[in-house]
Design a protein around this ligand. Structure first.
Ligand code: PNS
Length: 163
């Protein structure tokens, strides 16, 4: 199968993301891991450059992956590169409504663009970047849920933010 895109905020990348990216890379010839961000909306703990660096590092063992960032529409990004499939991880029932709406909106924008969902691995089914940031900000350990480098950067970045 040809190209697929795994879009996300990746703020920061977690082992849940890496699991989906590895599985997508076994299913598709090329997988694009793309950080989408809206410059109109402030926020995010890490800059796009930092997110890119952490995502590249966390996926460097996957040979058929391309890592990128964009400020545009996902459907336009995919169309411009001949990418026909969006792959997303689905964690629990709570993800469904949000993901369902996004899949339908992307279908509205480009009827040829398909969204496929992969169930997350059970060990990461409760992991989200926002929850990890909260746990880390209160001094809790996120070891085993993110790559060691991400854990270290989370601690540093949250400390810097407090200062
Ligand atoms: O990791 P997230 O925050 O669930 O990812 C959300 C993301 C990046 C997939 C979504 O915000 C997105 O697709 N952004 C690109 C802009 C766009 O195309 N918006 C309309 C699609 S519904």
């Amino acid at each position: 199968m040809p190209h697929a895109i795994c879009p996300g905020s990746f703020d920061p990348v977690t082992y849940g993301h890496v699991d989906i990216l590895e599985r997508a890379a076994r299913t598709f010839d090329t997988v694009w891991a793309v950080i989408f961000h809206n410059p109109e909306k402030n926020g995010g703990l890490f800059s796009i450059e930092e997110r890119l660096e952490l995502l590249r590092d966390a996926t460097k063992h996957i040979p058929n992956i391309r890592v990128d960032a964009s400020t545009g529409l996902l459907s336009s990004y995919a169309a411009e590169r001949g990418i026909g499939v969006i792959v997303k991880g689905l964690r629990a029932f709570s993800d469904f409504e949000y993901e369902f709406k996004m899949a339908l909106m992307n279908k509205h924008l480009d009827e040829k663009l398909e969204t496929l969902f992969m169930m997350t691995a059970t060990e990461y089914s409760y992991v989200s970047s926002s929850m990890l940031k909260e746990v880390c900000s209160f001094g809790g350990s996120v070891a085993g849920l993110v790559p060691p480098r991400v854990e270290q950067r989370l601690v540093e970045q949250l400390r810097r933010k407090r200062e």
